[in-house]
Design a protein around this ligand. Structure first.
Ligand SMILES: [Zn+2]
Length: 209
């Protein structure tokens, strides 16, 4: 929760995307108690009046590490890092795969997709798990520590917008549009129809492959 105590460390950070500062906020003893935050400055001479661009991403190791094709998580992270390095802003990364339910639940859910053709929402229900149990209290604590009160959040997920608004932030929504592929379209449609995501994938009649 936002009242959690944390330890903080930061360093200069160069990546494929450019130069930034890497922050680690540690809220406990376990690896998943760490939140990573990339902070990139706006271009020199740019004094933006708008709130900073912020992406809140939670881990999807299957896509981000092993490049799974059944979701858009790798592309969302890539696009977010690109835009934040271009415009200035923050990418806050939560180490909580399976939308906070953990890797074991995620893979059990994917297996139910294989065997029972359940989408991720129904698979989690069948497993007795909340479909999206993520809590954004620690993210709010990180953003507050970085001095933010207003954000432009790069997302399609209304729960992320509501989570930060409930934490007291002024939130402007910036859509994060990733083209569907033949593999990712079923998951993206589930996110739209059952998780109320704001980006409409039903128009993706001929998804890019
Ligand atoms: Zn994913």
């Amino acid at each position: 929760m936002s009242g959690d105590r944390f330890e903080h460390a930061s360093c200069n950070f160069k990546s494929h995307y450019g130069s930034a500062t890497l922050h680690i906020y540690s809220f406990g003893d376990h690896e998943e108690d760490n939140i990573l935050c990339i902070e990139a400055s706006p271009p020199a001479g740019d004094s933006p009046e708008r709130a900073p661009l912020v992406r809140v991403q939670s881990a999807c190791y299957t896509a981000e590490i092993f490049r799974a094709t059944d979701c858009d998580c790798h592309e969302q992270l890539d696009e977010s890092l690109t835009r934040v390095h271009q415009e200035g802003g923050f990418v806050v990364y939560m180490i909580c795969d399976g939308r906070g339910a953990g890797l074991l639940t995620k893979v059990r859910g994917l297996a139910l997709g294989d065997t029972n053709e359940l989408d991720t929402w129904d698979a989690y229900q069948a497993l007795g798990v909340e479909p999206d149990p993520r809590d954004y209290g620690r993210v709010a604590a990180v953003l507050t520590d970085r001095g933010l009160e207003s954000v432009r959040i790069l997302t399609n997920n209304p729960r992320k917008i509501a989570g930060l608004e409930q934490a007291g932030f002024s939130v402007e929504h910036v859509p994060l549009k990733i083209d569907a592929t033949a593999d990712s379209l079923p998951y993206l449609l589930t996110k739209q129809r059952k998780f109320d995501h704001l980006y409409d994938y039903s128009a993706s009649e001929q998804p890019m492959d």
